[in-house]
Design a protein around this ligand. Sequence first.
Ligand SMILES: Cc1cc2nc3c(=O)[nH]c(=O)nc-3n(C[C@H](O)[C@H](O)[C@H](O)COP(=O)(O)O)c2cc1C
Length: 413
Amino acid sequence: MLLTLVYRSHISEHVQSDSLVEMVSQANVNNELLSITGILLFDGMHFFQLLEGPEEAVDALYSSICQDKRHHNVVVLMRDYVQSRRFGNVGMELFDLRHHHEDEVLQAVLDKGTSKYQLTYEDRALQFLCTFVQAREKENYLEILPADSWSFLADEPLKPEVEFIFPEMQDYSFAFQPIVDPLSREIISYEATIRGPEGGSAMEYYSRLSGITIYEADLKSKKLAFAMAQKIGISDKTISIKLLPMTLVMVPDAVGFLVNEITACGLVPEQIVVAITENGVITREDKFTTAMKQLKASGMRLAIDDFGAGSAGLLLLTQCQPDKIMIDRNMICDIHTSGPKQAVVQAIIRFCSALEISVIATGVEKPEEWMWLDAAGVCNFQGELFAEPRLKGAPVVTWPEVTYEYQSGQQAL
Ligand SMILES: Cc1cc2nc3c(=O)[nH]c(=O)nc-3n(C[C@H](O)[C@H](O)[C@H](O)COP(=O)(O)O)c2cc1C
């Protein structure tokens, strides 16, 4: 199958732009051998490349291009299948935007077109090209440092496990994972997630239940989360609990139950964030709206969890006025290399800013993901990069510090 792959990247500091001519002539020969055709644009700082060819060959070439030290911050903008090649006769052609007017470049690219139908800018790949030539998206090119410019270090030892037993712990337990603001070294809150008694998935417990008992168990389990938070010494922090949205609909006076259990554990509703999962189907909207009102009126705050993974996200956002949204981990994974994910998350950040909703990125595992999100304006993070969830306890947090090698490298420049 024919694949079109479009990416942009940033030229590395040590590369002289004259050396590109040599690279392009080698690439030209190589691409012809691989039946790959392509267009490379360079504006003095960024590359933009459109590659077309057999899927496997394009993917293999792209992997090798990603490893090339002559550029970095490589971001895929488009990966899509086509019926026929746009630029059938070209192995590789470089257009240096510093030496030509934008109209000249656009015309030259159109003239290279070999598709049966005349190339038009209705074509998405060509629209990307046009946008690059006209430098219309430059403010969204977020440049990040190499991953090894940061190390992640704990500033305190792991606290010893506190011994406690509650009857519910025979059936289930809770793991606690912090949400942090890494640059101000602040723990924003701890999220309590239900687990099996030994730390496994809680599915075993839930799979024994059906119908309304699932929702009852979901609600009742929070009693243990609050009690454990108190025992492990985090009762002065914000505690976040996950709840199925239908629990608020199906269990009568669910909010009243939560408030009672919160106060019984010496906590206050204002320090509790209820995170409802976006992909839980909500029926009985009237009852859900009433429960939301009660929840807000009790002082508890509301978050939408797994935002971006389900189907109700945007509508739910307009209906229930959350205080926080937690972007789903699948959206965060490798965001520094994915144009589509970057565009979606930048839109989420923009509308959350307009609605004064704080954004939390979840499932952050790589320094590059954190750096890109930080550059995009996200301040609050959850993920293994900072702290893994800890069963029946609070984990240590590893905070980012600029590495000595990077600092001395910068001073030497
Ligand atoms: C911006 C940029 C675009 C490139 N485009 C191509 C290309 O289209 N075809 C190609 O063979 N190499 C291209 N290269 C060079 C490859 O990264 C790599 O050096 C080349 O494929 C040889 O790889 P090998 O040494 O693993 O055989 C490009 C490099 C850069 C920095």
